[in-house]
Ligand binder design. Structure first.
Ligand SMILES: Cc1cc2nc3c(=O)[nH]c(=O)nc-3n(C[C@H](O)[C@H](O)[C@H](O)COP(=O)(O)OP(=O)(O)OC[C@H]3O[C@@H](n4cnc5c(N)ncnc54)[C@H](O)[C@@H]3O)c2cc1C
Length: 413
């Protein structure tokens, strides 16, 4: 099942995958099993993943998005999205929270490689590449609806409440961000803020590079989540937080400039999601071939077999759409936007069903915290909400397919 309808991998990608698989089987999965109680500790410091980050660093997958000239891991640009997807799926098989930590480094690094001025790249990339615990965060979401941003709903009243004002040679930020992956632990933040009130989100939003120790930046709390709990999402407050003028990465058109990150982001989130589904399937396949009820291993009961077939089919279909989206993105096809949204949507709805079946096929064990199968359902649930909700993905698909007739799905029609 693991390799079913996989896109052809190069020799280099295959070697990388084997290394990651053995890291996940040897270190990540046992860590999660050993630490199931710590996952529920409400002090994020007591959910330590430092050793895993060091392990990921050791096998060269932590700083994948960092340009090679600054110490990043070299990957073939022609198949880079496929590589990101493959690595994300493999890590997420072990733990989706750890995978969140890593993918955020890759995604934000790719963004910085495209839009950060050279001197800031020279300052930060070597640290990102060299320090195993160095994490990055991407801060767009605020307490008031992120969906408006994803649609996008491009009107003045839907602009971000976080504002940045140029005072002399410094930008001063005020506002609040929430649900930010790595937000609790990151050393460096990319922060989005309104710089032209009234212009709409696409023409009046800028992005800034803000180091953690900047006065006025406060990590308020960890957003405690149902799943992906090792990723330590965070809420961050900016109060007269001033950064040098040159820390503005994109002035007024930051959402447009971030597009380099959004489509691959959908692929990566779908691949992470698929990793959770694969792990749920593998655990269930093991269980039903060993656990006996009614005088036989339960795979021999037709109702169980039928559910297992359904799980496998859902995973293969999610992988098929994902592969098509990767192909479209790598070949710059006009269908890429639709397919990336489809890949994200389809993975989240299908893997949620796979994880639900995994839990049910484990009987009572399926809901026992120390058994670990319920974790797949919790991790899968988070994917329905993040990187645009399933409904917002649906709207984006229909809008892209029927641009003249589809609604704007927000405000007056
Ligand atoms: C674990 C996790 C990690 C995250 N990491 C990050 C991160 O690193 N950086 C970041 O910036 N953000 C991050 N987010 C935020 C994420 O992108 C948003 O939570 C998501 O886009 C949904 O936005 P919201 O929570 O504001 O919900 P809302 O926009 O308030 O939506 C609430 C409900 O209303 C529905 N809805 C909204 N608008 C419409 C409409 N026009 N028509 C019909 N239905 C609508 C939505 O589908 C949803 O069901 C993360 C979220 C989670 C859960």
């Amino acid at each position: 099942m693991q390799d079913m309808i996989e896109r052809a991998l190069s020799e280099e990608q295959r070697m990388m995958r084997n290394t990651i698989r053995s890291f996940v089987d040897r270190e990540v999965a046992p860590f999660v099993k050993r630490n199931w109680e710590k996952e529920w500790d409400m002090k994020p410091e007591n959910r330590p993943t430092g050793r895993l980050l060091e392990g990921a660093h050791g096998i060269g997958i932590r700083a994948l998005g960092v340009p090679e000239e600054f110490g990043g891991t070299p990957i073939d640009p022609a198949t880079e999205i496929q590589t990101f997807a493959m690595v994300a799926e493999e890590i997420s098989r072990g733990d989706s929270g750890l995978c969140d930590k890593l993918t955020q480094i890759w995604k934000v690094s790719k963004l910085l490689a495209h839009i950060a001025p050279r001197h800031l790249q020279e300052k930060w990339f070597p640290r990102i590449a060299a320090e195993p615990h160095f994490l990055l965060a991407h801060c767009a979401t605020e307490p008031r609806g992120a969906s408006d941003r994803w649609l996008p709903y491009d009107v003045p009243e839907a602009m971000m409440h976080t504002k940045a004002v140029l005072q002399g040679d410094r930008w001063v930020l005020n506002g609040r961000k929430q649900f930010i992956t790595n937000g609790y632990d990151a050393s460096l933040f990319v922060v989005y803020a309104t710089t032209k009130p009234g212009a709409g989100i696409s023409k009046g939003t800028s992005s800034f590079l803000v180091p953690r120790e900047t006065p006025g930046l406060t990590v308020q709390r960890c957003n405690e989540t149902l799943g992906g709990r090792f990723s330590n999402s965070g809420e961050i407050v900016f109060e007269d937080c001033a950064v040098p003028k040159d820390h503005c990465l994109a002035q007024d058109d930051a959402m447009h400039r971030a597009a380099v990150y959004f489509r691959p982001g959908k692929i990566i989130v779908a691949a992470k999601n698929l990793g959770v589904g694969m792990a749920a399937f593998e655990a269930t396949a093991q269980y039903v071939q060993n656990y006996v009820q009614g005088g036989k291993i339960i795979i021999k009961h037709q109702a169980v077999a039928s559910r297992l077939a359904d799980m496998a089919t859902r995973l293969v279909s999610a992988r098929t759409v994902l592969n098509e989206a990767v192909r479209a993105l790598e070949s710059r096809s006009p269908e890429a936007d639709v397919l990336c949204n489809m890949a994200k949507l389809h993975a989240s709805t299908e893997v949620f069903e796979v994880a639900k079946n995994a839990m049910e096929l484990h009987g009572g064990n399926g809901v026992m915290l120390d058994f670990g199968v319920e974790k797949y359902l919790r991790d899968a649930a988070v994917f329905l909400h993040r990187d645009a909700t399933v409904d917002i993905c649906r709207f984006r698909i229909v809008k892209a397919m029927f641009p003249r007739t589809a609604g704007i799905y927000a405000g007056g029609d």
